[in-house]
Design a protein. Structure first.
Lengths: 294, 332
């Protein structure tokens, strides 16, 4: 029926999708895990990251053709934006009902989407692949572009790095403590406000970085923000809200289901992902790696 | 006349009836365009009201309410366009279809609470969107279902005044009557013992459960009822819009109706109606100046969240209470 190299190719394609999604969803998951805020604007940060990367490439182009520097500039720019938004707006709604939190971040989606349109227009933009990674290689008969391999490695590196930072570093300990009991941590003298800002900056950085890294293989268009955020939500829900490794495995599962779902139900692969999510939520409403709610 | 009796007099006027009759006269006294806007407001008001049954009455934050609106509009549109089914059957079928969808999805959703509930409702609405967008044979895929016919409104030709109206205006009259009937039913539901149970659940689900209330069952019932009314709104909108498209079901539309609802005020019965009217008119006004309506809407939303969390009706009620207190002080 299908030969091995074809199936392996599908597998690799799924893995690339998965690692992209993990890059995006990891920041969403971190913020949700610690601050209990579901950030709709995470997709907008991703989009702004993509536009900033394109802009930085334009600025840098005459002197040095550095995609990597552009990606870094984009990620830092989005991190700064995220920090400002946390300080000026989000800060005031932590204690409020989830309806207001959701709508506040949705207001940001509306505003940032239009700001991007005002600055960069509505036509498609694209960034060429960095020359270093323009090649490809053959693995078990399937072609794997070098850039995709790079994305997979970046995804794994961020997963391991994030896990080490959360599980082993003093800052990670504080983050985990804040997730468990914010008030107690504050009462013990920790600066929870600064911790939240820091978390949000890291999360925005990841969103901006993933937006920048997606530009060589996907064109930048308005609407990419609302499209990606739902995918990121699904990944986070499958893995378990607030669980870092859950988000990783959630992305892997999402990528594979999407990539093999196309073979079984052509045109309805998106449906198979949603169906998977529904099944998981029925069996384990708190996701694969999450904990039951109190 | 003292100020107090004036207030009593103002309160005794049946305002709902006055507004309803005023709205009914729009096709005769207003332009074609006014009727167009009024139809849009009436349908949006019903949609927002159905959402508020969850948001305000039961305290469930559904971020996927557009799914049931969409199911209603597709069921009605497909029946009327593809199978030439009369409106009198297609409309109840749309409501039933949407309620059935809400029953299936709601069964899973009510198992979760708060933000998890919001996310799952959002995800289900995206499933509906994916189906509408991809299932070409039935939903027309990205082409949608254009040219949904108007219902047969020949009966209106026997009624004086109504017979001279254009078909779009007759449809407005029909829509207004259906929306008012639906709102009356929703009002009855909210005021019934069942509705009071929903409010109890909103106030304190744990306590409601501990006095023996089947919280999930009640929430599911509210979800199904809200879905059914959203389906009616969707069916009417498909006809009004002269076509049904997958766009209707895309998730930002859920946010839009939510903004309408809280703009009016979720704690007040008429809040969603006020919010719908305000948002439709604002949209009309602002899009004539700029294409950046989402930007303006985002800013309105921020102001609303930080300055007037009670919405327009909430703000008015606070202002009125303040005035009354002042008046009471001066009387004494």
């Amino acid at each position: 029926m299908f030969d091995v190299s074809f199936l392996f190719g599908q597998f690799l394609g799924g893995l690339t999708t998965a690692m992209f999604l993990f890059l995006i969803a990891s920041g969403l998951s971190l913020v949700f895990g610690v601050m209990r805020v579901l950030n709709f604007a995470h997709g907008s940060f991703y989009m702004i990251g993509a536009y900033l990367a394109w802009q930085a490439v334009q600025w840098l182009a005459p002197a040095l053709h550095s995609f990597w520097l552009a990606a870094l500039i984009a990620a830092l720019g989005v991190a700064l934006l995220g920090g400002l938004i946390e300080r000026l707006l989000l800060r005031h709604i932590y204690g409020r009902e989830e309806l207001y939190q959701l709508l506040l971040t949705y207001a940001l989606v509306l505003i940032l989407g239009d700001v991007a349109k005002i600055i960069w227009g509505t036509q498609q933009l694209s960034v060429s692949r960095p020359p270093l990674l323009s090649g490809g290689m053959e693995v078990l008969g399937a072609t794997l572009p070098a850039y995709n391999l790079f994305i997979m490695l970046t995804g794994v590196a961020i997963a391991v790095g994030g896990w080490l930072a959360l599980a082993r570093s003093p800052a990670g300990r504080m983050v985990r403590a804040a997730a468990l009991d914010r008030e107690m941590l504050g009462a013990l003298g920790a600066n929870v406000g600064a911790l939240y800002t820091g978390m949000f900056v890291v999360s925005s950085f990841l969103a901006g970085l993933s937006g920048a890294l997606v530009t060589p293989i996907q064109s930048i268009v308005p609407g990419m923000d609302v499209e990606v955020i739902v995918e990121a939500f699904i990944v986070v829900v499958i893995g378990g809200l607030g669980s870092f490794w859950g988000t990783f495995w959630g992305s892997v599962i999402y990528g594979q289901v999407l990539s093999f779902g196309i073979l079984i139900l052509p045109g309805f692969s998106l449906f198979s992902v949603f169906a998977l999510m529904a099944v998981i939520l029925v069996v384990r409403p708190w996701g694969l790696f999450g904990r039951p709610l109190r | 006349m003292t100020r107090k009796s004036l207030t009593a007099l103002v309160l005794r006027i049946p305002w709902v009836l006055v507004v309803f009759i005023a709205a009914l006269t729009i096709p005769w006294i207003g332009s074609r365009y006014d009727t167009f806007l009024a139809t849009q407001i009436a349908i949006s008001a019903l949609f927002a009201m159905s959402l508020n049954l969850l948001l305000g009455t039961t305290g469930l934050v559904s971020f996927g309410h557009v799914a049931y609106f969409g199911i209603g509009s597709y069921v009605c549109g497909i029946l009327m366009k593809t199978y030439a089914v009369p409106f009198s059957i297609a409309l109840p079928a749309a409501a039933a279809g949407a309620a059935l969808g809400a029953l299936v999805f709601g069964f899973f959703c009510v198992r979760l609470t708060k933000i998890y509930f919001a996310m799952l409702t959002l995800a289900f609405s995206q499933i509906v969107w994916a189906i509408c967008f991809k299932w070409n044979d039935v939903t027309g895929g990205d082409q949608g279902i254009p040219d949904v016919p108007y219902p047969n409104m020949d009966w209106m030709s026997h009624i004086p005044f109504l017979s001279d109206l254009r078909i779009a205006e007759q449809f407005y009259v029909l829509t207004l009557i259906l929306v008012m009937l639906s709102l009356a039913v929703i009002k009855r539901i909210i005021g019934s013992p069942f509705g009071l149970m929903l409010t109890t659940i909103r106030e304190n689900p744990n306590r409601a459960a501990s006095i023996g209330l089947n919280v999930r069952g009640y929430e599911l019932a509210a979800f199904v009822i809200a879905g059914g009314f959203a389906g009616i709104a969707g069916a009417l909108f498909g006809i009004f819009n002269r076509g049904v498209f997958a766009d209707f079901v895309y998730w930002p539309k859920s946010a839009e109706v939510m903004i309408m609802t809280i703009l009016g005020g979720i704690d007040y019965f008429w809040g969603p109606v006020v919010g719908a009217a305000t948002l439709v008119l604002l949209n009309q006004e602002i899009t004539s100046y700029t294409q950046y309506w989402p930007l303006v809407l985002g800013i309105i939303l921020l102001v609303l969240l930080f300055v007037f969390p009670g919405g327009i009706v909430g703000g008015l009620a606070t202002g009125l209470a303040w005035l009354r207190r002042k008046a009471g002080g001066s009387d004494a």
